[in-house]
Design a binder for this molecule. Structure first.
Ligand SMILES: [Cu+2]
Length: 657
């Protein structure tokens, strides 16, 4: 017992010595040394000026997306996606509630990981941002004209939607693969029957070119392994996807030990054009499923939720030429394709090298059948037959690689807490810089595309420790901005983030800022509960439901006096913001509401449900400071006892017209 107690600190001490010596190997002893004299000037964005880039960072366990300006690191917006959001009523208003419905019921909070910007010809186009829900498997699409989540698609036969979402070069598909293999169709089987009954799935979601609408086109069934991440091939490798997978041991308990037995796991290469051919030839099998497809309409400002009951499946084992495994040391995390599409860098998080595979060699190996057997019926290409070369001694714990478009890869090192820059052709390490602390993903604007912007790399860190003023046990999460415009990387800025900045993508601001919706056109509002002028404001009773068609404009709500509501009624406030001007939202809150407030954009209609429980007169008011007479933007609703004879009435709009 005693021996055990003393052994652990020794191991930790040894690990720290390794870590410290690794860090010492790369020069600076403290953070202050690494910040150059002009760093402040280079991140300073003067008052009234705009940042050069938008950074879309996953909120991690917050379930949202944080939008930041770069180089300043200023937070511009939190886009609500998979979690309710009190700032703007997401998931609280009747219009938005269906967006958070799943086949298992309403889900108020999920975990996001990987933002993915849409691309055209392999370059960023600034149209949409996709992001995954990791826990309850879903993919969302955010419209970058309105910064609203407009679509959420659930994925069947997926357990932990981690390897997701990744786009093909023309956003033909958004692709996601399961982290946890699971028995298909929710089958009730013993966990110990993992090898026989558990399968992985790789999901191809077709994206409509014009509308962006998502539809699950097909699902490829694979042996039971854990998929981690992926990237699409481009240029010569267009038509292929590359997934990292671990737990090829097919362990189902104590994964920490049992899923790290083998020296090599796999990169799975998927020929999706081949999969399309099989589908055309009728080789897909339609299977029953039950998953929700939620859409938010930006004209009616309402979400709908549709149950889909079928999924098209392809079996990788039976359909030759769709999938190949490539051995990869050890427990691979990232599988990243360089801008030329010739190379795939794979990072085994427990590996001592970064293997770089050649697409050309992979194709030759397939043609020559240079296989070392199969795994679950899928050919395994010989490691050397696929390998272009290895980056030797890159650091400890390589995770993810992005590219600068100038021939260099930048790989994050979790254990040695640094970014390592290496030459893609020669695989030589040319520079390294420490990160504070324990970097996970990294982001170069456009660094996964054919045309990276290549000016910065952003370190997305897991641990904050001493970098900011302490705020109790829960510290801010944080990212770091590093200049990569010269030969040497230079740390410029630390900035705090909302939730864990798990992964992020950045894009030149010009591709987005000119397209912004400034208000929704009132004449295009198709919400059935809209009141498009004060003359349409009214109160109607339908049984025990009371519908208030309310308008908001500086600085009054219409109607602002309502009587004849009774205990036992359910009141719906349908609030239409009549403003047709930029940056004039109105809010609405009523006393004794145990739901929330709502926030209504100009031209929009949003609905708050209110169930009064006691007799009384309740004030309501605008919550978003809108004008000099914002404090006067209020009203009363009288609630009488159940069975009362007080007639339904509201102060007539005629007075105001
Ligand atoms: Cu107001």
């Amino acid at each position: 017992m005693k021996a055990k107690v003393t052994r652990r600190p020794l191991l930790i001490a040894a690990a720290i010595i390794t870590l410290v010596s690794a860090l010492n190997g790369c020069k600076p002893k403290s953070a202050s040394n690494v910040v150059e004299g002009d760093a402040a000037q280079r991140v300073y964005v003067a008052p009234g000026k705009y940042d050069d880039y938008y950074l879309f960072a996953s909120g991690g366990f917050s379930g949202q997306v944080g939008v930041y300006g770069l180089p300043s690191g200023r937070l511009l917006k939190v886009v609500p996606v998979f979690s309710v959001n009190p700032e703007n009523g997401w998931g609280y208003s009747e219009e938005t509630k269906p967006m958070l419905e799943t086949s298992q019921g309403f889900s108020p909070w999920d975990d996001t990981h990987h933002p993915q910007l849409s691309v055209t010809n392999g370059e960023q186009d600034g149209r949409w941002l996709f992001i995954n829900a990791n826990n309850h498997p879903r993919i969302a699409r955010i419209d970058l004209k309105s910064f609203k989540t407009v679509e959420i698609l659930e994925l069947p036969n997926v357990g932990g939607n981690h390897a997701s979402p990744f786009v093909t070069p023309n956003t033909e598909y958004v692709v996601g693969a399961t982290r946890f293999s699971v028995p298909l169709d929710g089958e009730d089987v013993p966990i110990s029957s993992f090898k026989e009954n558990f399968r992985g799935t790789v999901n191809f979601i077709k994206i409509d070119k014009e509308s962006g609408h998502m539809n699950l086109a097909f699902q490829i069934m694979t042996p039971g392994v854990n998929f981690d991440l992926a990237r699409a091939g481009k240029g010569p490798s267009e038509g292929w996807m590359f997934f990292s997978c671990y737990n090829t041991e097919q362990a189902y308990e104590l994964l920490e030990v049992n899923a790290t037995q083998k020296d090599k796991d796999f990169i799975m290469a998927v020929n999706w054009k081949k999969a399309e051919e099989y589908i055309k030839a009728g080789k897909g099998v339609k299977k029953p499923a039950a998953y929700l497809h939620n859409k938010y309409d930006e004209k009616s400002h309402m979400a709908t939720s549709e149950l889909v009951k079928e999924v098209l499946q392809l079996d990788a084992k039976e359909l030759e030429g769709i999938c190949y495994f490539i051995p990869c040391p050890k427990s691979p995390h990232g599988a990243d394709v360089d801008p030329t599409g010739k190379y795939i860098a794979a990072s085994g998080k427990l590996a001592a090298v970064i293997p770089v595979f050649s697409f050309e060699k992979i194709q030759k190996a397939i043609a020559d059948k240079a296989f070392e057997g199969d795994f679950g019926g899928i050919p395994v290409i010989k490691y050397d037959a696929a390998l272009a070369g290895e980056v030797k001694k890159p650091g400890l714990g390589p995770l993810h690689t992005e590219f600068d478009g100038k021939g260099f890869g930048y790989t994050s090192m979790f254990v040695s807490s640094e970014i390592v820059k290496w030459n893609v052709e020669t695989r030589e390490v040319v520079d390294r810089i420490p990160t504070y602390y324990s970097i996970g993903h990294l982001c170069i604007p456009g660094g996964d595309t054919k045309k990276p912007w290549g000016q910065y790399v952003i370190a997305l860190n897991k641990i904050t420790k001493d970098r900011y003023l302490p705020t109790g046990p829960e510290l801010t999460q944080s990212a770091q901005l590093i200049d990569i415009s010269g030969d040497k990387m230079k740390l410029l800025l630390d900035f705090p983030t909302i939730g864990e900045p798990h992964y992020a993508q950045a894009i030149k601001a010009d591709l987005i800022k000119e397209k912004q919706v400034q208000w929704f056109k009132l004449e295009e509002n198709t919400n059935p509960f809209a009141a498009k002028g004060e003359g349409q404001a009214r109160v109607e009773r339908k049984g025990n439901e009371v519908h208030v068609y309310m308008t908001a404009i500086r600085s009054h709500l219409t109607p602002d006096n309502i009587e004849g509501v009774k205990v036992g009624d359910v009141v719906y406030f349908h609030v239409t913001n009549l403003e047709q001007d930029f940056d004039v939202p109105h809010g609405f809150a009523i006393k004794a509401n145990n739901n929330a407030e709502i926030l209504v954009m100009p031209g929009e209609t949003q609905t708050l449900k209110w169930v009064p429980k006691a007799v009384g007169v309740y004030p309501f008011y605008c919550t978003d400071f809108c004008s000099a007479l914002h404090q006067e933007m209020s009203g009363y609703i009288r609630v009488s006892p159940a069975g009362s004879s007080v007639a339904l009435s509201f102060n007539s709009t005629k007075k105001k017209e």
